[in-house]
Design a protein around this ligand. Structure first.
Ligand SMILES: NC(=O)c1ccc[n+]([C@@H]2O[C@H](COP(=O)([O-])OP(=O)(O)OC[C@H]3O[C@@H](n4cnc5c(N)ncnc54)[C@H](O)[C@@H]3O)[C@@H](O)[C@H]2O)c1
Length: 360
């Protein structure tokens, strides 16, 4: 029998993911107290009302300092993680921060140094790790069914409408740093103890550049790991505006000395056509008539429950906080390395040369 600790959760950032984490936490049997904060009072009050939260404020320090709080989720926008995250680490409780750890290496270094100095209990939500097909792939690797991985590839597609929404929020939240990052993390998890040491990438500009952003339509990269394994990663967030996915369309392939694993994560196996329109999880004014069901990156609501990666990831982290059951979320050093690889992909594509990362 495991001892269960009652959780008092602070959620900092009440946008889409903070709201979803809050709704999932509200359904978790160990969560007895929820406090929420957002710099936007409308967002904070809206989520507080939706959850029947115990406390809310626009002052994140006030929320994190509540005596009932013994766990914190930082769900602010990508470029706004650092300040509230550093404050959360000082509080000395388990912390979950959404991906990517930060957009800038200086911020990520500051977070990593502080989390090491404080021996923090920090996890980063790269939620592909909790998509069933990738968890099951990890199990095959751990059982030795693929042998030594000698090569791998992953490619990720999404619509240009999703790309414009990301870049409007922050020009640094590019398809490589904000989206391909999940697959860089996934490869780091699959090829554990075998870090990427070299990155070469090429990209081509097109419609996204024409719309005023210094971002490529297509970026393809070759990564070399410490033992020589080669990984091909590619991303395009320039597919037509009404591309039927409402999240990621992906393929992931793993090639080993004893086995091969091909994962079709495009969701073309569940296609719906509807004349009344299907809402887009991130784009409020976007309706699709053709949709790949289950392509929403966080997961999907069905019959009052939420199914998919964010549901399983949130549950796993709350179970960990409550009972100590280990979870598979990324740790700070993993996330720091992932950021370095994504930034190296962008740099290599920009300068046309290989970028070397070293082994640490
Ligand atoms: N794992 C996934 O499936 C997934 C999916 C989408 C987004 N994300 C990640 O979740 C995070 C949030 O994304 P989102 O889509 O919810 O963004 P969002 O824009 O919907 O919400 C962010 C919220 O943070 C608030 N905020 C910004 N700075 C703040 C600060 N300093 N203090 C308090 N509140 C602040 C904003 O007012 C906003 O309400 C990002 O890191 C993003 O990359 C993860």
């Amino acid at each position: 029998m495991k001892t269960k600790k009652e959780i008092g959760l602070a959620i900092i950032g009440c946008g889409r993911i903070g709201t979803l984490r809050g709704k999932l936490a509200n359904m978790h049997p160990s969560v007895g107290y929820i406090a929420v904060s957002d710099s936007d009072p409308v967002a904070a009050e809206k989520l507080a009302k939706a959850l029947g939260a115990d406390f809310w404020s626009t002052d994140s320090q006030e929320v994190m300092a509540r005596p009932e709080v013994n766990a914190i989720d930082i769900a602010t926008s990508e470029h706004e993680h650092t300040k509230p995250l550093l404050a959360a680490l000082e509080r000395g409780v388990p912390v979950l921060v959404e991906k990517p750890l930060a957009l800038l290496e200086n911020d990520a270094d500051l977070i990593l140094a502080r989390s090491v100095a404080l021996n923090s209990d920090l996890h980063i939500g790269y939620s592909r790790r909790y998509k069933n097909r990738y968890l099951i792939a990890k199990e095959q690797i751990m059982q030795g069914r693929l042998g030594t991985i000698t090569g791998a590839c992953a490619r990720l597609y999404n619509s240009r409408s999703q790309c414009f929404a990301m870049l409007q929020r922050n020009k640094g939240a590019t398809p490589v740093v904000d989206a391909l990052t999940y697959y860089v993390d996934l490869m780091g998890w699959f090829l554990a103890e075998n870090p990427v040491v070299e990155v070469f990438a090429k990209g081509q500009k097109g419609v996204i550049h024409q719309a005023g952003y210094d971002t490529e339509d297509v970026t393809w990269a070759i990564l070399t790991c410490k033992d020589g394994a080669v990984v091909n990663l590619g991303v395009s967030y320039a597919l037509p505006e009404k591309w039927p996915s409402v999240g990621h369309s992906a393929r992931v392939e793993l090639l080993g000395t004893h086995g091969t694993l091909l994962i079709n994560d495009d969701h073309t196996d569940q296609v719906m056509q509807t004349e009344v329109g299907f809402p887009h999880v991130y784009l409020s004014d976007h309706q699709l008539q053709t949709v790949f069901l289950e392509s929403s990156t966080p997961g999907d609501w069905a019959l009052g429950d939420f199914l998919g990666p964010i549901a399983d990831e949130t549950r796993a982290w709350l179970d960990y906080v409550s009972t100590g059951k280990p979870c598979n979320l990324a740790k700070p050093a993993d996330a720091r390395r992932t950021l370095a690889v994504t930034l190296a992909i962008e740099e290599s594509a920009r300068i046309g040369k290989t970028v070397y990362l070293g082994e640490q």
